[in-house]
Design a protein around this ligand. Structure first.
Ligand SMILES: Cc1cc2nc3c(=O)[nH]c(=O)nc-3n(C[C@H](O)[C@H](O)[C@H](O)COP(=O)(O)O)c2cc1C
Length: 330
Protein backbone atom coordinates (compact mmCIF):
# COMPACT_ATOMS: atom_id res chain seq x y z
CA UNK A 1 0.00 0.00 0.00
CA UNK A 2 1.23 3.49 -0.86
CA UNK A 3 2.91 5.64 1.78
CA UNK A 4 0.83 8.82 1.66
CA UNK A 5 2.97 10.81 4.07
CA UNK A 6 4.60 14.06 2.98
CA UNK A 7 6.87 16.61 4.63
CA UNK A 8 6.49 20.38 4.57
CA UNK A 9 9.79 21.48 6.06
CA UNK A 10 9.89 20.04 9.58
CA UNK A 11 6.22 19.11 9.63
CA UNK A 12 5.17 15.61 8.67
CA UNK A 13 1.65 15.13 7.30
CA UNK A 14 0.02 11.69 7.14
CA UNK A 15 -1.19 12.59 3.64
CA UNK A 16 -1.03 15.63 1.36
CA UNK A 17 -4.69 16.74 1.63
CA UNK A 18 -5.79 19.48 4.03
CA UNK A 19 -8.72 21.90 4.22
CA UNK A 20 -8.46 25.54 3.09
CA UNK A 21 -8.58 28.29 5.68
CA UNK A 22 -12.04 29.79 6.05
CA UNK A 23 -13.87 26.80 4.65
CA UNK A 24 -13.37 24.47 7.60
CA UNK A 25 -13.61 24.13 11.36
CA UNK A 26 -13.53 21.37 13.98
CA UNK A 27 -17.32 21.16 13.63
CA UNK A 28 -16.72 19.10 10.48
CA UNK A 29 -16.04 16.27 12.97
CA UNK A 30 -19.81 15.75 12.98
CA UNK A 31 -19.59 14.42 9.42
CA UNK A 32 -16.01 13.29 8.74
CA UNK A 33 -13.11 11.74 10.63
CA UNK A 34 -10.79 14.71 11.12
CA UNK A 35 -7.92 12.39 12.01
CA UNK A 36 -7.90 11.25 8.38
CA UNK A 37 -6.85 14.72 7.15
CA UNK A 38 -3.25 15.68 6.39
CA UNK A 39 -3.59 18.80 8.56
CA UNK A 40 -6.29 20.93 10.15
CA UNK A 41 -6.40 24.53 8.94
CA UNK A 42 -8.29 27.07 11.02
CA UNK A 43 -10.16 30.12 9.72
CA UNK A 44 -8.01 33.25 9.64
CA UNK A 45 -7.95 34.92 13.03
CA UNK A 46 -7.46 38.66 13.62
CA UNK A 47 -6.58 40.44 16.84
CA UNK A 48 -9.94 42.07 17.29
CA UNK A 49 -13.55 40.91 17.16
CA UNK A 50 -14.69 41.37 13.54
CA UNK A 51 -18.32 41.30 12.44
CA UNK A 52 -17.34 40.72 8.82
CA UNK A 53 -18.47 42.44 5.65
CA UNK A 54 -21.98 43.68 4.84
CA UNK A 55 -24.33 41.07 3.38
CA UNK A 56 -24.81 39.51 0.88
CA UNK A 57 -21.41 37.90 1.29
CA UNK A 58 -21.70 35.23 -1.34
CA UNK A 59 -23.08 35.10 -4.87
CA UNK A 60 -23.23 32.23 -7.29
CA UNK A 61 -21.78 32.45 -10.76
CA UNK A 62 -21.96 30.05 -13.68
CA UNK A 63 -18.71 28.51 -12.49
CA UNK A 64 -18.29 28.81 -8.74
CA UNK A 65 -18.97 31.51 -6.19
CA UNK A 66 -17.68 34.94 -5.41
CA UNK A 67 -17.47 35.73 -1.74
CA UNK A 68 -16.44 38.53 0.53
CA UNK A 69 -16.89 37.30 4.06
CA UNK A 70 -14.63 39.93 5.62
CA UNK A 71 -12.75 37.70 8.07
CA UNK A 72 -15.41 37.65 10.80
CA UNK A 73 -14.26 36.20 14.08
CA UNK A 74 -14.11 36.70 17.82
CA UNK A 75 -10.46 37.64 17.93
CA UNK A 76 -7.24 35.98 18.93
CA UNK A 77 -7.99 35.56 22.63
CA UNK A 78 -11.17 33.66 21.88
CA UNK A 79 -9.27 31.55 19.36
CA UNK A 80 -6.62 30.60 21.89
CA UNK A 81 -8.97 30.02 24.82
CA UNK A 82 -11.95 28.38 23.14
CA UNK A 83 -11.09 27.12 19.67
CA UNK A 84 -7.54 25.82 20.04
CA UNK A 85 -8.55 23.18 22.65
CA UNK A 86 -11.27 21.97 20.26
CA UNK A 87 -8.75 21.53 17.44
CA UNK A 88 -6.31 19.76 19.74
CA UNK A 89 -8.77 16.90 20.28
CA UNK A 90 -7.56 15.67 16.88
CA UNK A 91 -4.20 14.31 15.80
CA UNK A 92 -3.26 16.12 12.52
CA UNK A 93 -1.01 19.17 12.83
CA UNK A 94 -2.88 22.44 13.30
CA UNK A 95 -2.26 25.29 10.88
CA UNK A 96 -3.34 28.60 12.40
CA UNK A 97 -4.02 31.39 9.92
CA UNK A 98 -3.44 35.00 10.98
CA UNK A 99 -4.28 38.37 9.47
CA UNK A 100 -3.54 41.96 10.44
CA UNK A 101 -3.66 45.44 8.96
CA UNK A 102 -0.07 46.45 9.72
CA UNK A 103 3.25 44.58 9.55
CA UNK A 104 3.74 45.33 13.26
CA UNK A 105 0.44 43.75 14.19
CA UNK A 106 1.26 40.73 12.03
CA UNK A 107 4.39 40.25 14.10
CA UNK A 108 2.45 40.66 17.36
CA UNK A 109 -0.18 38.17 16.16
CA UNK A 110 2.52 35.65 15.25
CA UNK A 111 3.90 35.98 18.78
CA UNK A 112 0.45 35.56 20.29
CA UNK A 113 -0.28 32.32 18.45
CA UNK A 114 3.18 30.83 19.04
CA UNK A 115 1.85 28.58 21.77
CA UNK A 116 1.90 24.81 22.29
CA UNK A 117 -0.73 23.21 20.09
CA UNK A 118 -0.20 25.52 17.14
CA UNK A 119 2.02 23.61 14.70
CA UNK A 120 2.20 26.05 11.80
CA UNK A 121 1.44 29.74 11.31
CA UNK A 122 -0.15 30.47 7.95
CA UNK A 123 0.21 34.16 7.16
CA UNK A 124 -2.80 35.44 5.26
CA UNK A 125 -1.21 38.37 3.44
CA UNK A 126 -3.53 37.86 0.47
CA UNK A 127 -7.13 38.61 1.45
CA UNK A 128 -8.25 39.91 -1.97
CA UNK A 129 -10.55 42.67 -0.76
CA UNK A 130 -8.03 44.22 1.58
CA UNK A 131 -5.88 47.18 0.70
CA UNK A 132 -2.38 46.40 -0.67
CA UNK A 133 -0.91 48.42 2.21
CA UNK A 134 -3.47 47.27 4.78
CA UNK A 135 -3.25 43.50 4.91
CA UNK A 136 -3.11 42.43 1.27
CA UNK A 137 0.67 42.55 1.35
CA UNK A 138 1.23 39.69 -1.05
CA UNK A 139 0.55 41.98 -4.02
CA UNK A 140 4.09 43.35 -3.69
CA UNK A 141 7.40 41.59 -3.10
CA UNK A 142 8.77 44.22 -0.73
CA UNK A 143 5.63 44.21 1.44
CA UNK A 144 5.67 40.41 1.49
CA UNK A 145 9.28 40.46 2.54
CA UNK A 146 8.66 43.00 5.28
CA UNK A 147 5.82 41.05 6.89
CA UNK A 148 7.40 37.61 6.60
CA UNK A 149 10.82 38.68 7.83
CA UNK A 150 9.21 40.40 10.83
CA UNK A 151 7.28 37.25 11.67
CA UNK A 152 10.34 35.07 11.11
CA UNK A 153 12.17 37.05 13.77
CA UNK A 154 9.30 36.65 16.23
CA UNK A 155 8.53 32.93 16.16
CA UNK A 156 10.17 29.52 15.92
CA UNK A 157 7.01 27.98 14.45
CA UNK A 158 6.99 27.03 10.78
CA UNK A 159 5.68 29.97 8.74
CA UNK A 160 3.64 29.46 5.58
CA UNK A 161 3.02 32.54 3.42
CA UNK A 162 -0.33 32.51 1.63
CA UNK A 163 0.14 34.24 -1.71
CA UNK A 164 -2.29 36.13 -3.90
CA UNK A 165 -3.10 35.13 -7.49
CA UNK A 166 -3.87 38.83 -8.06
CA UNK A 167 -0.18 39.70 -7.84
CA UNK A 168 0.50 38.62 -11.40
CA UNK A 169 4.14 37.61 -11.09
CA UNK A 170 3.90 35.11 -8.26
CA UNK A 171 7.41 33.78 -8.76
CA UNK A 172 8.90 37.07 -7.56
CA UNK A 173 6.57 37.15 -4.56
CA UNK A 174 7.32 33.52 -3.67
CA UNK A 175 11.05 34.18 -3.83
CA UNK A 176 10.59 37.24 -1.61
CA UNK A 177 8.74 35.08 0.93
CA UNK A 178 11.46 32.43 0.75
CA UNK A 179 14.25 34.98 1.22
CA UNK A 180 12.40 36.45 4.17
CA UNK A 181 12.36 33.09 5.91
CA UNK A 182 9.03 31.44 5.03
CA UNK A 183 9.08 27.65 5.38
CA UNK A 184 6.50 27.18 2.61
CA UNK A 185 4.18 29.10 0.31
CA UNK A 186 0.48 28.45 -0.09
CA UNK A 187 -0.56 29.12 -3.69
CA UNK A 188 -3.05 30.72 -3.64
CA UNK A 189 -5.85 32.82 -2.22
CA UNK A 190 -8.85 33.86 -4.37
CA UNK A 191 -9.15 35.97 -7.53
CA UNK A 192 -10.59 39.46 -7.04
CA UNK A 193 -13.88 39.58 -8.92
CA UNK A 194 -17.20 41.35 -9.42
CA UNK A 195 -20.78 40.30 -10.09
CA UNK A 196 -23.56 42.77 -10.94
CA UNK A 197 -27.25 42.13 -10.26
CA UNK A 198 -29.04 42.90 -13.54
CA UNK A 199 -32.33 43.69 -11.75
CA UNK A 200 -30.94 46.28 -9.37
CA UNK A 201 -27.90 47.33 -11.44
CA UNK A 202 -25.91 47.03 -8.22
CA UNK A 203 -23.01 44.79 -7.28
CA UNK A 204 -24.30 41.46 -5.98
CA UNK A 205 -22.07 41.52 -2.91
CA UNK A 206 -22.44 43.97 -0.04
CA UNK A 207 -18.71 44.62 -0.25
CA UNK A 208 -18.86 45.09 -4.07
CA UNK A 209 -15.77 42.99 -4.84
CA UNK A 210 -15.21 39.41 -3.75
CA UNK A 211 -12.90 36.48 -4.27
CA UNK A 212 -13.81 34.02 -7.03
CA UNK A 213 -13.63 30.38 -6.03
CA UNK A 214 -14.08 27.88 -8.82
CA UNK A 215 -12.70 24.59 -10.13
CA UNK A 216 -12.24 26.50 -13.40
CA UNK A 217 -9.32 28.34 -11.78
CA UNK A 218 -7.30 25.19 -11.17
CA UNK A 219 -5.32 25.32 -14.43
CA UNK A 220 -4.28 28.90 -13.70
CA UNK A 221 -3.12 28.16 -10.16
CA UNK A 222 -1.51 24.95 -11.37
CA UNK A 223 0.54 27.00 -13.82
CA UNK A 224 1.57 29.33 -10.99
CA UNK A 225 2.62 26.37 -8.81
CA UNK A 226 4.65 24.97 -11.69
CA UNK A 227 6.40 28.29 -12.33
CA UNK A 228 7.18 28.83 -8.65
CA UNK A 229 8.52 25.28 -8.32
CA UNK A 230 11.02 25.99 -11.10
CA UNK A 231 12.57 28.86 -9.13
CA UNK A 232 11.89 28.40 -5.41
CA UNK A 233 13.30 25.74 -3.12
CA UNK A 234 10.76 25.89 -0.27
CA UNK A 235 7.73 23.57 -0.34
CA UNK A 236 4.51 24.65 -2.04
CA UNK A 237 0.95 23.91 -0.97
CA UNK A 238 -1.29 24.02 -4.05
CA UNK A 239 -4.71 25.54 -3.42
CA UNK A 240 -7.48 26.22 -5.90
CA UNK A 241 -10.11 24.08 -7.56
CA UNK A 242 -9.20 20.68 -6.17
CA UNK A 243 -12.26 18.44 -6.42
CA UNK A 244 -10.76 14.97 -6.99
CA UNK A 245 -7.68 12.80 -6.46
CA UNK A 246 -6.32 13.52 -9.95
CA UNK A 247 -6.23 17.23 -9.09
CA UNK A 248 -3.99 16.42 -6.13
CA UNK A 249 -1.75 14.40 -8.43
CA UNK A 250 -1.60 17.26 -10.95
CA UNK A 251 -0.62 19.79 -8.30
CA UNK A 252 2.06 17.44 -6.96
CA UNK A 253 3.45 16.73 -10.42
CA UNK A 254 3.67 20.50 -10.97
CA UNK A 255 5.76 20.81 -7.80
CA UNK A 256 3.40 21.00 -4.82
CA UNK A 257 4.13 18.95 -1.71
CA UNK A 258 0.52 19.06 -0.55
CA UNK A 259 -2.82 20.64 -1.46
CA UNK A 260 -5.68 22.47 0.18
CA UNK A 261 -9.37 21.93 -0.53
CA UNK A 262 -12.11 24.50 0.09
CA UNK A 263 -14.96 24.77 -2.40
CA UNK A 264 -15.31 21.00 -2.92
CA UNK A 265 -16.18 20.55 0.76
CA UNK A 266 -18.98 23.13 0.45
CA UNK A 267 -20.58 21.01 -2.24
CA UNK A 268 -19.91 17.77 -0.39
CA UNK A 269 -18.75 17.88 3.24
CA UNK A 270 -17.20 14.41 2.89
CA UNK A 271 -15.07 15.49 -0.09
CA UNK A 272 -11.72 15.53 1.73
CA UNK A 273 -11.68 11.94 3.04
CA UNK A 274 -13.12 10.78 -0.29
CA UNK A 275 -10.26 12.49 -2.15
CA UNK A 276 -7.71 10.91 0.22
CA UNK A 277 -9.23 7.44 -0.27
CA UNK A 278 -9.21 7.92 -4.04
CA UNK A 279 -5.62 9.17 -3.99
CA UNK A 280 -4.58 6.03 -2.11
CA UNK A 281 -6.37 3.86 -4.69
CA UNK A 282 -4.94 5.86 -7.59
CA UNK A 283 -1.40 5.28 -6.32
CA UNK A 284 -1.94 1.61 -5.50
CA UNK A 285 -3.31 0.91 -8.98
CA UNK A 286 -0.08 2.32 -10.41
CA UNK A 287 2.26 0.71 -7.88
CA UNK A 288 3.40 4.11 -6.64
CA UNK A 289 5.11 3.40 -3.33
CA UNK A 290 5.42 6.94 -1.95
CA UNK A 291 3.09 9.74 -2.88
CA UNK A 292 5.82 12.30 -2.14
CA UNK A 293 7.71 11.00 -5.19
CA UNK A 294 5.05 12.70 -7.32
CA UNK A 295 6.23 16.16 -6.25
CA UNK A 296 7.83 17.85 -9.24
CA UNK A 297 7.70 14.64 -11.31
CA UNK A 298 6.06 16.33 -14.29
CA UNK A 299 7.81 15.35 -17.50
CA UNK A 300 8.73 18.31 -19.62
CA UNK A 301 9.78 16.17 -22.56
CA UNK A 302 6.60 16.74 -24.51
CA UNK A 303 5.28 13.99 -26.69
CA UNK A 304 5.83 16.03 -29.82
CA UNK A 305 5.01 13.43 -32.43
CA UNK A 306 1.39 14.40 -32.72
CA UNK A 307 2.28 18.10 -32.59
CA UNK A 308 4.76 17.66 -35.42
CA UNK A 309 2.19 15.81 -37.44
CA UNK A 310 -0.40 18.49 -36.83
CA UNK A 311 2.02 21.27 -37.80
CA UNK A 312 3.30 19.52 -40.91
CA UNK A 313 2.45 21.24 -44.19
CA UNK A 314 -0.51 19.73 -45.99
CA UNK A 315 0.60 17.95 -49.16
CA UNK A 316 -1.36 19.59 -51.93
CA UNK A 317 0.09 17.46 -54.71
CA UNK A 318 -0.73 18.68 -58.20
CA UNK A 319 -2.46 21.78 -56.90
CA UNK A 320 0.84 23.37 -55.83
CA UNK A 321 3.39 23.43 -53.07
CA UNK A 322 2.36 23.79 -49.40
CA UNK A 323 3.09 27.15 -47.74
CA UNK A 324 6.09 27.16 -45.39
CA UNK A 325 5.07 26.31 -41.81
CA UNK A 326 6.02 29.75 -40.45
CA UNK A 327 3.41 31.44 -42.62
CA UNK A 328 0.71 29.51 -40.89
CA UNK A 329 -1.38 32.03 -38.91
CA UNK A 330 -1.68 29.70 -35.92
C1 LIG B 1 -16.28 31.23 2.23
C2 LIG B 1 -14.80 31.33 2.11
C3 LIG B 1 -14.08 31.87 3.18
C4 LIG B 1 -12.69 31.96 3.09
N1 LIG B 1 -12.01 32.47 4.14
C5 LIG B 1 -10.66 32.49 4.11
C6 LIG B 1 -9.92 32.90 5.24
O1 LIG B 1 -10.45 33.20 6.30
N2 LIG B 1 -8.56 32.92 5.12
C7 LIG B 1 -7.90 32.55 3.98
O2 LIG B 1 -6.67 32.59 3.95
N3 LIG B 1 -8.59 32.13 2.89
C8 LIG B 1 -9.94 32.08 2.93
N4 LIG B 1 -10.64 31.62 1.85
C9 LIG B 1 -9.88 31.17 0.65
C10 LIG B 1 -9.62 29.68 0.71
O3 LIG B 1 -8.75 29.36 1.77
C11 LIG B 1 -9.00 29.16 -0.61
O4 LIG B 1 -7.84 29.94 -0.86
C12 LIG B 1 -9.96 29.29 -1.78
O5 LIG B 1 -11.26 28.88 -1.41
C13 LIG B 1 -9.46 28.49 -2.99
O6 LIG B 1 -9.50 27.09 -2.77
P1 LIG B 1 -10.72 26.18 -3.36
O7 LIG B 1 -10.78 26.39 -4.83
O8 LIG B 1 -10.37 24.77 -2.99
O9 LIG B 1 -11.98 26.65 -2.69
C14 LIG B 1 -12.02 31.52 1.91
C15 LIG B 1 -12.76 30.97 0.86
C16 LIG B 1 -14.13 30.88 0.95
C17 LIG B 1 -14.89 30.26 -0.18
Amino acid sequence: MVDLSVRIGDIELANPVMPASGTFSYEFADVIDLNRLGALVAKTVSREFRAGNPTPRMAETEAGIIQSIGLPGRGVEYFLDEMLPEYKRFTPPLVTSISARTPEDFVAMARDVSVPGVDVIEVNISCPTRDPSGGNYALHADNTSRVISGIRGATDKPVWAKLSPNAGDLVTIALAAQEAGADAVVVANTFLSLKINTDTFRPSLGNKFGGLVSPALKPIILRMVYQIAQEASIPIIGLGGVTKAEDVVEYMLAGASAVGVGYAAFRNPTALPAIIDDLERWCDERNIERVRDLTGAVRDDLETDTLVAAAAPVQTGALGASPPAEECPQ
